[in-house]
Design a protein around this ligand. Structure first.
Ligand code: IVH
Length: 757
């Protein structure tokens, strides 16, 4: 009996590993998600019932348990090298020449491969089992990232090779699509998005919690070897071949080149294909085809002699600056923008590029009419790199920042310590439009339909003079709002108007952090807003908040302690009286740091970092510049106006974390499971469920009250719910239960219950 069970478990493990390989490595799946899930669940169930047949390399064990405290270190022997780079073909000819000199008997032939722009890593299999993975680190010592690498499903946990040691080296990367999906998710969650795919891959590998890494769309290819014991490969082609047979992902695009002309052809061909790859490529790698010379050739201090990297120039395009316009942002900052003759650059048409500020324009000496090089900075944002001075005809015009705001004609001033010019008119319509757009944007109050044109029309028509006026809008006035330009009428319409009002109604009860972000206070991004909301119960507390004042006080005391430290270098040459006075000031500052620090720790707005040092060190929940900006805001006219406006509207946003724990809430006592993608970020929905008294669970059981089903739901959960008779509801139905005020809730509940139960 138990033999049979073990056999079945082994079959399932092999089968799942095979399907992982077909799906993630070879991109030719044989079964659909539902069938895969069924096999997976059967194995999970058997593993739960039979822990005696545990296998750490089971496909169910990719994502590890608890987060690590820190990474342990791995010694690389031989070291993980990097490659010498050539920027021109002549330099490649020198490489070929050097090899011919070092190997006089050999006519070298080469392999050209893409140079993947990712993060180098090493992976070690002992007797066919993955035992360790590491980053390059210094080359000699790297971080042990085994738990994170195991979450990458294209990397096999076992290989059909009995050799004692097979160490492979390769690159972890994120596809462009994976990166864009991740950034969209990060933006929706209000977290700082990654800059580019390489960054995203590196950041994901540095996670201490492999469960987080598992949610990142990582992939990997292997292209070289480290230590090998009990196996060898004669050529690079053989290595790639054997890896492929083992189910290890390798670079598909590869050219064998008998001589240098063929190498040049291959790197040119690859350059034209560069943007068709699903991942970023920043060059080509040229390797000696025959591995038997590798050892004899050896390495310089940092790179092996048998390979070379060839870097492609970043993509550039030539175009003309036809005009420079000036945009007014929500804080009044004037930003010059180059209006360009449209050009195609790395796959998209570019017609505008920010010039940042006047200093940047002066530094690059960009003039209107200039022919310029446009580059994609970090392969994402287009920027004017430089002027092609030879193409000047003398008719180009030097651009001057305007003395008055281009939108309202108001005065502009340069803020001390900043290069930026600002429009100082608080009633400037361009600022108001920008503020309104921010106020209504997705991560702020998510008021549908208040995009560019509508925001402009709302301000121009006078319907909106501050963002809060959105809450005073009337349906009929909105319906008649004219979005047309130059005399052509285009009405907003009753339907759009109703939509907008509904979204505004919903916005009234959004949690504190969303409101804080929406206000557009300088320095208060989505993440800081969350921190602020975590240590306050409601908006009306903020103007007189003790936490904010204590945090500012703490930072002031830190400055004072630093200045008055008798052992500070500036204070060494003092006489005794001065020294005593300093000591007194220093002691007072240290005591103040301790007092404020402990008070903040008690309200969970700080943690003690180093209690041994004097003064003790604290890390605050809200960072220094942000807390200063917030305090300044509530003292400013704009801040007071906001407080007055919200009071008048009867809006006092409540913090999600502290929302009463949900007692008496509409979901009290309910257990909710979520599956699929919801319109709002999942953690936010989960928090709102908790705030309404509900519990969020991962698995569907008999205790589950209902399952909220988003788009692309996991079949595992819905099928189980159907089997157990647990009702499925839509996100809209959930909103109905959550959003409404108590009186409305009852109605809504009746409606929902009528439909569901
Ligand atoms: S072979 C010395 N092949 O580029 C180790 N490297 O600066 C042998 N890279 O360190 C490297 N694609 O991280 C090789 N097809 C490829 C590669 C590649 C990307 C990385 C690797 C290397 C760096 C060179």
């Amino acid at each position: 009996m138990s033999d049979k069970i073990l056999q079945r478990m082994e079959f399932l493990r092999d089968e799942l590993a095979r399907h992982d390989r077909l799906y993630y490595v070879e991109a030719r799946p044989e079964i659909g998600d539902a069938d895969y899930d069924r096999l997976y669940r059967e194995l999970e169930e058997l593993e739960r019932k039979h822990p005696e047949f545990d296998d750490p390399n089971s496909p169910t064990k990719r994502v590890g348990g608890e987060p690590l405290e820190g990474f342990s270190q791995v010694n690389h022997d031989p070291p993980m090298m990097s490659l010498d780079k050539s920027h021109s073909k002549t330099e490649l000819l020198d490489f070929d020449l050097a090899l011919k000199r070092l190997l006089p008997e050999v006519v070298p032939s080469y392999v050209v491969e893409p140079k993947v722009d990712g993060v180098a890593f090493s992976i070690l299999y002992r007797n066919g089992r993955l035992v360790r993975a590491a980053t390059r680190g210094s080359g000699e010592i790297g971080d042990d990232i085994t738990a994170n690498i195991r979450t990458i499903r294209s990397i096999p946990l076992t290989i059909p090779c009995e050799a004692a040691v097979v160490e492979l080296r390769g690159e972890v990367f994120m596809t462009r699509q994976g990166f864009f999906d991740l950034v969209t998710r990060q933006e929706a969650e209000g977290s700082e998005p990654f800059m580019n795919p390489r960054n995203a891959a590196a950041g994901s590998l540095k996670q201490l919690d492999p469960r987080v890494t598992a949610t990142r769309p990582l992939d990997a290819v292997l292209y070289a070897t480290g230590v090998l014991e009990g196996i060898s490969f004669a050529t690079h082609a053989e290595l790639v071949d054997v890896l492929g047979k083992w189910g290890v992902k390798t670079l598909e695009w590869r050219r064998f080149c008998a001589d240098m002309p063929e190498v040049f052809k291959a790197i040119d061909e690859l350059e034209t294909l560069r943007h068709d790859f699903p991942f970023e490529i920043d060059g080509a790698v040229i390797k000696l085809a025959d591995r038997k010379h590798y050892e004899a050739l050896g390495a310089t201090s940092r790179s092996p002699r048998w390979a070379r990297a060839y870097k492609y120039a970043p993509e550039r395009a030539e175009t003309v600056v036809e005009a420079v316009t000036v945009q007014v942002g929500r804080t009044g900052v004037l930003t010059p923008v180059a209006e360009l003759r449209p050009v195609l650059l790395a796959g998209s048409t570019i017609a505008r590029a920010t010039l940042h500020n006047a200093d940047e324009i002066a530094r690059k000496d960009i003039r209107i009419g200039d022919t310029v090089w446009l580059v994609k900075a970090g392969d994402v944002i287009p920027a004017v790199e430089s002027v092609i001075v030879e193409k000047r005809r003398g008719t180009e015009v030097v651009f001057e920042m305007p003395q008055r705001c281009p939108a309202c004609g108001g005065a502009v001033s340069r803020v001390t310590g900043e290069v930026a010019l600002r429009c100082t008119n608080p009633g400037c319509p361009a600022q108001l439009v920008a503020r309104l757009e921010h106020f209504a944007s997705r991560n702020a109050l998510d008021i549908e339909r208040v995009g560019g044109v509508v925001a402009e029309a709302l301000v121009k028509s006078g319907l909106v003079a501050t963002p809060y006026d959105i809450f005073r809008l009337q349906g009929d006035a909105l319906a008649r709002l004219d979005l047309g330009e130059e005399g052509k009428q285009r009405l907003f319409g009753a339907k759009n108007g109703a939509r907008l009002l509904k979204a505004a109604q919903r916005a009234r009860t959004l949690p504190l952090h969303r409101w804080l972000f929406a206000l557009g206070v300088p320095q208060i991004g989505a993440t800081v807003a969350e921190s602020v909301a975590m240590c306050h119960e409601r908006f009306s507390e903020l103007p007189t908040s003790q936490v904010l004042r204590d945090t500012v006080g703490l930072y002031d005391a830190m400055v004072e302690a630093q200045q008055s430290n008798p052992r500070g270098s500036a204070n060494r040459k003092l006489d005794e009286a001065e020294r005593n006075e300093l000591q007194r000031r220093y002691d007072t500052a240290c005591a103040r740091i301790e007092n404020l620090g402990e008070a903040l720790v008690a309200s969970r707005a700080a943690t003690k970092v180093d209690g041994e040092s004097r003064p003790a060190r604290y890390s605050t929940l809200i960072k220094e510049e942000a807390v200063r900006a917030l305090v300044a805001y509530f003292e400013s006219e704009a801040g007071r106006e906001t407080v007055r406006a919200l009071e008048a509207l009867g809006i006092d946003p409540v913090s999600q974390g502290l929302l009463s724990g949900g007692a008496g809430g509409p979901l009290e006592g309910m257990v909710v499971v979520i599956t699929g993608t919801l319109a709002a970020p999942r953690h936010e929905i989960a928090n709102r469920i908790k705030a309404a008294g509900g519990k969020v669970a991962d698995a569907v059981t008999k205790a589950t009250t209902f399952v909220v089903v988003g788009s692309d739901p996991g079949t595992a959960k819905t099928e189980r719910a159907e089997k157990l008779g647990v009702p499925l509801i839509t996100e809209e139905e959930l909103e109905l239960r959550l959003a409404a005020e108590p009186a409305v809730t009852e109605e809504a509940m009746v409606a929902v219950q009528g439909e569901l139960f």
